[in-house]
Write a protein that binds this ligand. Sequence first.
Ligand SMILES: Cc1cc2nc3c(=O)[nH]c(=O)nc-3n(C[C@H](O)[C@H](O)[C@H](O)COP(=O)(O)OP(=O)(O)OC[C@H]3O[C@@H](n4cnc5c(N)ncnc54)[C@H](O)[C@@H]3O)c2cc1C
Length: 302
Amino acid sequence: MNTLHTMVQGAMLRQEAMAQHTSYGIGGPAKAYITPKDKNDLAQILQFARQNNLPTYFVGSGSNLLVADEGIDGLVITLGKSFKHLKIIDANVYAESGVMLGKMVKECIRRHLSGVESLIGVPGTLGGALVMNAGAFGGEISNYLKHVTVMTMAGEEKQYVPGEIEFSYRHSTFPSDEIVISAEFELIQSDESTVMEKRAVASGGRKATQPLKFRSAGSVFKNPKEGAAGFYIDQAGLKGTKVGDAEISEHHANFFVNHGQATAEDIVSLIRLARKTVYEQFGIMLELEVTTLGFTPGTFDV
Ligand SMILES: Cc1cc2nc3c(=O)[nH]c(=O)nc-3n(C[C@H](O)[C@H](O)[C@H](O)COP(=O)(O)OP(=O)(O)OC[C@H]3O[C@@H](n4cnc5c(N)ncnc54)[C@H](O)[C@@H]3O)c2cc1C
């Protein structure tokens, strides 16, 4: 770790509480939380991690992450504070993965470019959005994608075009040992009223349905083919159920909120309760949408 610390040109925080880096405000320490300075720095860090067999995890801004109270036994790398370049020429958008999705969406809306306006209000970085195939109100980040550049653990850049990576509902097939560093999109030049109308529908819908006053990671479960996960959790009578300082939101049953002091263990208990109850009552096994880090296999099984 000392060698790595000397090598990193960006920032490296040791035993850094992941609670500082997740929208839940939950999570124990990562061995090292690293923000590389640039591509060269990133390449060196990845090569070092590979040569030394250090488990390595990539995160964006932690808005879809549940991290165990015990923390993460490995390196956590984020590009969220460094890889921030955004360039828009005509309808072509180039963005590095540390760009906040909201910023990219607003810049596109300002130029009356259509294609990502329904994603207004989705928190997180572009990198996280691509890996999660973030979507809202009928739009998905992968819809107008031209290509994505990743870096491998050998420190080499590689480009993918859609088709080489599959995107589906809140899912992509990026290899977990490659970090997304940038992407390019080709949007549609539209007019102000069309873009603003779509933006307003998305923005209004979000405010009406989501408990935005409290810390959460958005939807806990993916919607099953039968309907909305929140509907079944609600029908199972679980809205408002509390464990410790965590609660199944009264406002939106698929959002589990942290009232301040919740632990990962509290959220895990609610997840297990919801999965078990919905399965017993409706025969549906809910699948997690949130990404989990640092848990032992089987933690979420019921
Ligand atoms: C209030 C609220 C509302 C939300 N609403 C929506 C919504 O409407 N639609 C929606 O889709 N999501 C929603 N989310 C979830 C979340 O905002 C998205 O999943 C977002 O895209 C995650 O981005 P992030 O940068 O925070 O990624 P993180 O949470 O940090 O990471 C998410 C995943 O991406 C991986 N990852 C992140 N960056 C990289 C990278 N550069 N290279 C490789 N892997 C990477 C991580 O390993 C992890 O698997 C919501 C969350 C909150 C808190």
